[in-house]
Design a protein around this ligand. Sequence first.
Ligand code: PLP
Length: 400
Amino acid sequence: MTEHMKHAPDGAFFGAFGGQYVPETLMFALEQLTREFETAWADDAFHAEFDRCLREIAGRPSEMYLAKRLTEQVGGAKIYLKREDMNHTGAHKINNTLGQALLAKRMGKTRVIAETGAGQHGVATATAAAVFGLECEVYMGTEDIRRQALNVFRMKLMGTNVVPVESGQKTLKDATNEAMRDWMGSCEHTHYILGSVCGPHPFPVMVREFQTCIGIEAREQMLQAEGRLPDVIVACVGGGSNAAGIFAPMIDDEQVRMLGVEAGGRSLNLGDHAATLCVGKHGVLHGAKSYVLQDDDGQTAPVHSVSAGLDYPGVGPEHSQWKESGRVQYTFCTDDDAIDALMTLSRTEGIIPALESAHAVSEGMKLAAKLNKDAIILINLSGRGDKDCNEIQEILSRRQ
Ligand SMILES: *Cc1c(COP(=O)(O)O)cnc(C)c1O
């Protein structure tokens, strides 16, 4: 246990995971943020304001859609999709950035920063910054800048400065390092809008809470549609925020099975995937103890995924606890299977999913095929695939 851990409040841990493994300079900012979040989350006026933002800016509630043609094609359980792809800016990320931007305002901060992989969190942060009149800088690896040119342009259009990150693999982990470095020197006037249920306390709790609108809505919608809860919920897991958002409100409903799907990439050789919970080990990354992909020397391993949003060697600490308690099962889906699922959903339902979400669709379809027609599967469709079209086009042309 490091020196800083002495300061970590009880709520900072999920069993053996979580905590605040950060330099002393960030402790003040984390304590201030924890206080502000706890006060705001207990305040009806904050909830009213947050709910209004979710409605008016994000376009919530999102639909829960029975995918009839996909269900018929698979020939097993009924498949429902929670349509986070229909949110403004195209993914679930906006739920969290609106919540954190409101907190930044409450704390009197004038500038926000963020890391981004696929660019979805960057775009959602840029959007919230524009709406609330905050200065905004987003750190992004140059490899991701290449893969996600459209999202880079969207951020710039909304007045955000995109900072290219050249270090390491030039992807999400490296962008997160740079954002944390910025925050160490700027936290007096800057709030760091972290994009997933990762990082030091209070981020894993706070981001989960801002994302629970997904599961709270889905629970109600499922009871309306079917008079009962789903048998299984499936969600993709990068850092784990869309999964936590749909799992958490039904985590005490023991009859509901939960499946998290990680990026299986090209193979399960180290460096070829991002299946952190499936093959990682206990470690510390970006301020929290959790599962981490590491080599034999304990160095954070390089990662690969066809989807930039899952391309991360860490995972939120609460998922590590859910894995070890057995409450949630975790599996992986390969690049190829994700692309096949993307094509299947596009053709059967007219929905082009994000490559990240396609990982959940693929495993959801495989599971549905094994279950009978009375069973119900709910897949969290975390985002839409417009951002991925260039990448998919390239991959398909290489396949021929
Ligand atoms: C960022 C992203 C993810 C992965 O992040 P989580 O925190 O694991 O949800 C998944 N799907 C989409 C569409 C994303 O943009």
